[in-house]
Design a protein around this ligand. Structure first.
Ligand SMILES: [Zn+2]
Length: 410
């Protein structure tokens, strides 16, 4: 392990020790057009652990405007599983925190408004805060109120002045994106009513370690939370972690519920998760080192398999030009020779090249024209949905390659 001497924890200013280096990486959503001449932006993707508060974090932050801009292509509503997830979430909020007609919810990073649209339909006051203007426009078209901005203390104070305080703040797959969480929590303190709560959900470091899913590590994911590090973090900002619940989305996430200290009863789940993390040694340096060794072994296995298939003359395509796949393609060194193209259902990605590795992106309709011999499943977190949709691929003799938790042919 090399100490990253110049790097201090973004939460507590403690020393951060780097334990995993994923090499030079592009912006994970910066798809290229063939013939682009402007130089591609690369940065060093590496992960460290704070020796003081145990927060796992990147050792380099990419400027936020490079990632979250008008052309940000990810749509929260892009998968049926995610649409159902957000429908359940909205229904549960309407039964609890948003029961009263006058209640008010804000969502940090509301994306295309998939969750808030259901709140709007129920007639509740709501406001999304979303810096990526393109996806925000989709939300507005669906009658969702959106402010195009990064959520920080000044944004929150503006909201209080014009809209009043909120009963609930919610954020899915966004809080882990934000290095400056001190400003975010000061903003939450300003915008929430005294009894208000903040509910957020993000990938869980415990799942990443258990599955060796190192592709969860990319530019947008600055933090990799554990229950222990979240509890410590929110405490610094005057809040208390009052509930933790597992979610079976995006490869394993936790939903954290946070209230002002003393305002809500802490559920037994918090102590149970903390005890489980301690038994597993999850936040320990030795676990981080072991994880890094597993990542190296996974890379060698995937690279070796793709080279053997290439030498044997087999065709291999990718499935899902996800942000996660940028880490894998660039870390493993996957060239168009090894994987000829990637199918993806996002129109904005089709006809373009993946970041860094420059694999051509085609529509899923092209997958069958003709089927490749093997398909490398980059969108492994949607494996069931995709394998069901593409069941004819296996009927035609095709085989899926997965690399989470191990490299395997299915
Ligand atoms: Zn720290």
């Amino acid at each position: 392990m090399n100490p990253s001497e110049s790097f201090r924890c973004r939460i507590c200013r403690g020393p951060v020790w780097q334990f995993l280096d994923l090499g030079r990486q592009p912006i994970s959503d910066a798809f290229r057009t063939a013939g682009d001449t402007d130089p591609e932006f690369f940065f060093d993707l590496a992960v460290g652990r704070c020796a003081a508060c145990t927060m796992i974090q990147l050792t380099n932050a990419v400027p936020r405007e490079r990632m979250f801009h008008a052309g940000y292509p990810y749509l929260s509503s892009g998968s049926a599983v995610m649409r159902e997830h957000f429908a359940r979430t909205a229904a549960s909020f309407l039964e609890t925190e948003l029961r009263d007609d006058g209640s008010f919810v804000i969502e940090i990073g509301c994306n295309d408004g998939v969750m808030l649209g259901m709140i709007a339909e129920a007639g509740r006051r709501h406001l999304g805060v979303e810096p990526s203007a393109g996806v925000a426009r989709i939300a507005e078209d669906a009658e969702v109120r959106v402010r195009v901005a990064f959520f920080e203390e000044s944004t929150a104070r503006d909201i209080v002045a014009t809209e009043g305080r909120a009963d609930l703040a919610y954020s899915a797959n966004t809080i882990c994106h934000i290095p400056y969480l001190d400003s975010v929590f000061r903003g939450l303190d300003a915008v929430l009513k005294p009894s208000g709560i903040f509910v957020f959900e993000d990938p869980y470091f415990g799942d990443i370690v258990a599955k060796t899913s190192y592709d969860q590590i990319y530019d947008e994911h600055f933090y990799y939370f554990t229950v222990r590090s979240v509890r410590e973090m929110v405490r610094r900002f005057g809040f208390e972690l009052v509930d933790v619940a597992p979610l079976a989305v995006h490869g394993g996430e936790l939903r954290y519920t946070v209230a002002r200290a003393g305002q809500r009863t802490v559920t037994p789940a918090v102590a149970e998760w903390l005890a489980a993390e301690e038994r597993a040694g999850l936040a320990e340096a030795i676990t981080c080192s072991r994880f890094a060794a597993n990542v190296g072994a996974n890379r060698r296995a995937l690279r070796g398999l793709l080279e053997r298939l290439h030498e044997a003359g087999h065709s291999v395509a990718g499935y899902g030009a996800t942000a996660k796949s940028a880490t894998v393609t660039n870390f493993v060194g996957i060239t168009p020779e090894l994987v000829s193209y990637v199918c993806d259902s996002t129109p904005a990605k089709q006809g373009r090249l993946t970041p860094g590795a420059h694999l051509p992106v085609l529509s899923p309709e092209r997958f069958r024209e003709p089927y490749p011999d093997y398909a490398l499943l980059f969108a492994w977190n949607h494996a069931e949905e995709i394998m069901a949709k593409e069941h004819e691929f296996r009927d035609h003799g095709g085989r899926w390659i997965t690399y989470v938790p191990d490299v395997a042919i299915r």
